[in-house]
Write a protein that binds this ligand. Structure first.
Ligand SMILES: Cc1cc2nc3c(=O)[nH]c(=O)nc-3n(C[C@H](O)[C@H](O)[C@H](O)COP(=O)(O)OP(=O)(O)OC[C@H]3O[C@@H](n4cnc5c(N)ncnc54)[C@H](O)[C@@H]3O)c2cc1C
Length: 511
């Protein structure tokens, strides 16, 4: 997958595309994958990098959503479990089964969560991963040695899927390209082209080459997550709000704070939220939060109170509790919750469904909002079905049910980026040559995940990686320096003194 080839294809094409997709997150990529595998001429434009928005900042679970059982959303759970099974089959090496334990500190919790998770197993049917179990206290502690032992009665075991979200996004892009699709990052859609009141294409602006032009298409799909209403307003001035962002953050800690390979799910914290402690790569992810009333942003900042909340709750469940100084990285993402039609905005976002919303405007702009990584394949299928009828495309069946996703082959080993990071210069070369990485942040945040695993280590290797990228991209040292500065500005932890307690930039004075 090479950006120059993609640009050449765009330049050579004077014919209208069948389908144009705006947005290169989970939703847009799954739509582009569905459309290109049906044989529709498909082009996708992403204003930043693939998955640079919410899609690289998830909890990294392909799950049925145990928490939705509590709300009685059985249909959503069944649909998610079916898609979980498909993703495990279609993305081998990218989505893996992960064992979870729900610790019980009261006797009735074992029975309560045990029966709920039994239903979870039953709903998965033939696509189940592993069986629910009811380990005793010692068995739970052998799986999660740092779990608080005082008052522990035992627990419930269940299984879900785990993945690297940015890597899955890239695999979807690569597979769409292999099926004739065109995907371009750093290309923003700045306007919609209308003829006789119908949308017939988009105006694009390429931040790398400075190209601005019109691209014609039979149908245009808006898959821009929390930015969906901005795009809808290019179509209809004053369009009603359809997406409500809710921020969720994760802290990245050393793996020793878990101690084993089993994840922990706390179904109900003191204020009724769900908390996950998940082994991911060589680290532990602790999350998440649900903060309403935030603005749409590509790089939302974690809030002090969100970090406090997670640190405080980790201390309730772990024997050896992390402090702020133990945080290796923090990342924040915005859930693009679909706002129910005619809502007066009174419902809390934790109570809104994670289900998706699909609709078309009078001029034919198709918009898909909400949803989850887990259900994105099905979302892609539904969006393309609707788009095909609006664009009057020949009817063709969906092909993604059993489609195996293509992953980048492992590169030749190279010089290590940092002793704290599991990546080397071979990964940097692959990112630039084959994975359309254009900025230092593309490489360190989404191709190698370095900034998500250890911000200080990512900052340490940033100058070397930027110089290597400059060499590969034909840029100069001034470019490399500017990239290091831009990468540093996006970081959320204070790197000035890595041995001190690290406050987030949302509170640079510390507190
Ligand atoms: C904290 C958190 C944890 C989550 N955990 C999970 C989980 O464990 N499992 C799960 O299944 N789901 C999870 N989700 C949900 C899942 O991550 C999201 O539903 C999904 O990533 C949304 O993808 P999207 O493509 O709709 O949005 P985005 O990923 O935000 O993509 C939209 C893209 O559109 C681009 N764009 C915007 N405007 C334009 C324009 N004018 N031109 C071109 N491009 C444009 C943006 O740059 C952006 O990249 C989680 C979400 C959050 C916030």
């Amino acid at each position: 997958m090479n950006r120059k080839d993609q640009l050449d294809r765009l330049g050579d094409s004077s014919e209208a595309w069948d389908v144009i997709v705006i947005g290169g997150g989970a939703t847009g990529l799954s739509i582009a994958l569905d459309a290109s595998t049906r044989g529709y001429r498909t082009a996708l434009f992403e204003q930043a990098d693939f998955a640079e928005g919410t899609s690289s900042k998830s909890t990294k679970l392909i799950h049925g959503g145990v928490r939705y059982l509590r709300n009685g959303e059985i249909g959503l759970v069944r649909e998610s479990l079916r898609e979980r099974g498909r993703l495990l089959r279609n993305a081998p090496g990218l989505v893996e089964p992960l064992e979870f334990v729900v610790p019980a500190y009261r006797w009735h919790e074992r029975f309560f969560y045990g029966s709920g998770l039994l239903l979870y197993d039953l709903l998965a049917g033939g696509l189940g991963i592993g069986r629910t179990g009811h380990p005793g206290r010692e068995s739970v502690l052998s799986r999660v040695p740092n779990l608080r032992g005082r008052g522990l009665r035992g627990g419930t075991l269940y299984w879900d899927g785990q993945f690297d979200d940015a890597a899955l996004a890239l695999a979807m892009a690569r597979t769409a390209v292999a099926h004739g699709g065109l995907v371009l990052n750093r290309v923003k859609v700045t306007g919609l082209v209308k003829e006789g009141g119908r949308i017939r294409g988009v105006e694009i602006s390429d931040s790398q080459e400075g190209i601005e032009r019109v691209v014609r298409g039979k149908v245009v799909i808006n898959a821009t997550g929390v930015f969906a209403d901005e795009v809808r307003r290019l179509d209809e001035e004053g369009a009603e709000i359809s997406v409500r962002p809710s921020q969720g953050i994760h802290l990245v800690l050393e793996r020793r704070f878990l101690g084993g390979e089993t994840a922990v799910m706390i179904p109900k914290t003191e204020d009724g939220r769900v908390l996950f402690l998940i082994p991911w790569k060589n680290r532990l992810l602790l999350g998440t939060t649900d903060t309403e009333g935030v603005e749409a942003s590509l790089h939302p900042r974690p809030l002090e109170e969100e970090i406090d909340y997670l640190i405080r709750h980790a201390a309730l469940y772990l024997e050896s509790a992390p402090s702020r100084g133990d945080i290796r990285a923090v990342f924040a993402g915005l859930r693009p919750l679909a706002k129910p039609p005619r809502s007066k905005g009174a419902a809390s976002t934790a109570a809104l469904s994670r289900s998706h919303c699909l609709f078309a405007s009078a001029s034919g702009l198709v918009t898909m909002t909400g949803g989850k990584w887990t259900t994105c394949r099905e979302m892609g299928e539904e969006a393309v079905d609707l788009a095909a009828s609006i664009g009057e495309l020949p009817t063709r069946p969906c092909r993604t049910h059993d489609l195996t996703l293509l992953i980048s082959p492992e590169p030749e080993p190279g010089e290590s980026l940092d002793p704290e990071l599991p990546c080397h210069m071979g990964h940097v070369e692959r990112a630039v040559r084959e994975e359309m990485a254009l900025t230092l942040d593309d490489v360190l945040s989404r191709r190698t995940r370095s900034a998500f695993l250890d911000e200080a280590a990512a900052m340490r290797c940033a100058p070397r990686v930027a110089s290597k990228m400059a060499e590969l991209l034909g840029r100069d040292e001034a470019w490399a320096k500017a990239e290091v500065a831009a990468f540093g500005a996006l970081r959320t932890l204070d790197q000035s003194d890595p041995t001190s307690q690290r406050p987030s930039v949302a509170d640079p004075e510390g507190s």
